[in-house]
Design a protein around this ligand. Sequence first.
Ligand code: AMP
Length: 426
Amino acid sequence: MSTLKAVRGTRDLLPPETALWNRIEATARAVFARYNFGEIRTPVFEDTALFARSVGEETDIVSKEMYTWEDRARAQSEKTQTLTLRPENTAGVVRAAIEHNLIESGQLQKLYYIGPQFRRERPQKGRYRQFSQIGAEVIGPPSAGSESPLRDAEVLEMLATLLDELGIKDWTLELNSVGSSADRERYNQALRAALVPVVSQMCADCQRRAVTNPLRVLDCKVPADQPIIEKLPVIADSLDQESEKHFAAVTAALDATGVPYTLNHRLVRGLDYYTRTTFEFTHGGLGAQNALLGGGRYDGLSEMLGGPKAPGIGFAIGEDRLVLTLLAQEVAPPQVADAFIAPLGEGLNAAALTLARELRRAGLWIELGDGSFRLKKSFDAAEKTARRIVILGEDELKSGILTVKTFATGIQTKVSRAELAGFLSN
Ligand code: AMP
């Protein structure tokens, strides 16, 4: 019988690597808390219309990458619905903010999430069909300061702090402004006009994009198209005064913090809802999929979803790519227990479990052997999983004096049961 495997583009995460995932998530939670963000958890699937209206029908995500299905009604009171596994989480967060009247509270909402997202992409290193994003959104009514360029700078500064605290070295922040929707409309027209004479020399994807979504041409990675793309107009020339002023204030605040960045006028980001500030943090060690995270402002998104005016800014970090970057920088240390308890004979198993319980309750990481093991087998297993071995035989149980061997030094020590936890934690 053929064996079943994980579906293409999905992966099992195993120890010791999962310890790194946990460390990343714990660091992110701790940093977000210092900036006064709270966690939101939205459903993994949503009404398909949510993504069509926000991310945009013409984007690659919506036009070809979503996992969508017809969910048949099970009762007369239900309707057949078209549902989609979320390809990103911003739309869900904004939907939830509208649904729960968070905008009406008048306060700035600062929400973060950690969870799986799904896109039917061509799998490769750093690109999967199920992947995890760590993201955050700052959204609220204009009266709460949600449009302020200070919010953009604060979010960027927070991201720099998070990457630094995670130990990600040599990241690059690229920054741009895509302006208001009116600016983008002007720019789209300029791009369309500039593409007319050259588009026939470009790749098939660009020929399609030139018609449906000219901004996406700038995302093209085909080498032969790059000289043509270089000569296309830049969005900076289509920004109105308000957008220019906003962007200048973002960069001035960022300059004051000392967070380094470069301007990249080609950075438009693929999703329809972005306005004004857009950004990406990249890392050279990642290869072709070099974006660690992306984000930007989405001042009209709430209204696109039928909500009140609620400007906002957010980002999504590719957690899989953080892991890849950290693994390339450092070898994930295998998980090593403080001690391995080796009962000498099956009659001592229950006593060994009791000793393990005592030590674990004292906060130690304990691996429990088995009395059916010969001593040599216990030592072999212990050396692979723990820093020390604790031998528990009849004599040790009666006298309360245990034999402990420390593998790093080879030293064997007698330790009383009362002092064992203290000894093992050193
Ligand atoms: P996006 O939601 O497309 O702006 O992506 C934000 C970040 O999520 C990217 O910078 C990547 O780090 C990560 N990401 C996006 N798509 C994938 C994928 N298919 N596999 C792994 N990470 C991804």
